[in-house]
Design a protein around this ligand. Structure first.
Ligand SMILES: NC(=O)c1ccc[n+]([C@@H]2O[C@H](COP(=O)([O-])OP(=O)(O)OC[C@H]3O[C@@H](n4cnc5c(N)ncnc54)[C@H](OP(=O)(O)O)[C@@H]3O)[C@@H](O)[C@H]2O)c1
Length: 295
């Protein structure tokens, strides 16, 4: 079975992005800038934000983090976003989710200028993706990273049956819509499953490409997978493990051991889709810089 190595591909991609950032600097005297806003003190979000900032610096981009208190008002957050929309040194704006309950996440997404929405969550970007205008939008980073993996591993997709389990706005829905597009690395027949789907194995067993974005450890078992399928595991789940120093370990939505005996190719967790998500965020930020500067 082929292991689709997201860690390696993301390193290759970061090296390519670093070279592109250097070219941008040579051409314009400026470099792309990403601003991340974090509201509150969620420990997992703080780790994600730190990683994003660190990776930005590694490839030569400017990264800034705006930290806001947990009791920040929606108005203050949206006013800050409007200032960033008008700041020419900022090419990408990302508001780390989840936000405190009193803040309307959709209102915050709408406040971000679509041309700086490097997360690809704004309805204008999602709408363009659905309509197939990928050259003029930002594709949300996790589905975009999966597309990059399929493409770099030359996985044949045209006419294949792709089954996506999960329909969130940030993974499942954009992923399914992407696989439906008439592009070289997509062009699939697509089925979407969710929590109200009856008999999920009936659908997953037909998948040539199975993408699991559920958030339930080991949900996809070997008996649910067609022999020879390509299996992409988006899930990141913490499970207790007394043998580790932290007392837990990360696993995906796919039972890796069982499914690897049936699948032809598969992403591991960790080291599969996860590292690609940050790399694609930086790719989107570079793309924003290039569009704004007419490069
Ligand atoms: N690797 C990465 O970079 C990355 C990025 C984002 C997310 N993730 C991980 O990917 C997983 C999914 O994330 P998400 O943001 O999409 O999660 P989410 O918003 O919670 O969505 C989960 C989806 O799974 C469906 N689902 C839940 N239980 C199900 C069941 N028993 N049978 C069938 N479908 C079921 C839900 O259906 P309903 O819509 O019917 O509720 C929903 O559509 C999580 O583990 C998350 O940590 C990883």
């Amino acid at each position: 079975m082929l292991i689709i190595d997201g860690k390696k591909v993301s390193l290759d991609l970061k090296n390519e992005l670093k070279a592109s950032v250097e070219s941008c600097q040579a051409a314009t005297g400026r470099v792309p800038g990403l601003t991340v806003i974090i509201v509150g003190h969620d420990p997992a979000s703080q780790v994600y934000v730190r990683n994003k900032a660190k990776t930005c610096k590694e490839i030569g981009m400017i990264s800034s983090v705006i930290e806001m208190a947990a009791d920040t008002t929606e108005k203050h957050l949206i006013d800050t976003i409007h200032k960033l929309n008008n700041d020419p040194a900022v090419h990408g704006i990302l508001v780390q989710q989840p936000l405190p309950k009193l803040i309307d996440e959709f209102a915050v997404t709408l406040a971000i200028d679509p041309s700086k929405d490097v997360d690809g969550f704004h309805p204008e970007n999602l709408g363009r993706l659905v309509m197939g205008h990928l050259d003029k939008c930002f594709v949300s980073c996790t589905p975009y990273g999966i597309l990059e993996l399929l493409s770099r591993y030359n996985i044949e997709t045209r006419g294949k049956h792709c089954v996506v389990v999960g329909r969130s706005n940030i993974v499942g829905k954009p992923m399914a819509n992407l696989m439906l597009q008439k592009l070289d690395a997509t062009n699939c027949t697509v089925t979407i499953c969710h929590s109200a789907t009856k008999n999920i194995p009936f659908y997953t067993q037909q998948a040539d490409i199975l993408i699991a974005a559920i958030g339930k450890a080991g949900f996809i078992t070997a008996d649910m997978v067609k022999p020879g399928a390509v299996v992409i595991d988006v899930g990141i789940n913490r499970i207790e493990d007394a043998a580790t120093k932290s007392g837990y370990r990360l696993v995906g939505d796919v039972d890796y051991e069982g499914v690897s005996a049936v699948a032809s190719a598969m992403t591991p967790v960790p080291g599969g889709v996860g590292p690609m998500t940050i790399a694609m965020l930086l790719k989107n930020t570079l793309q924003s810089f290039q569009r704004i500067n007419g490069l």
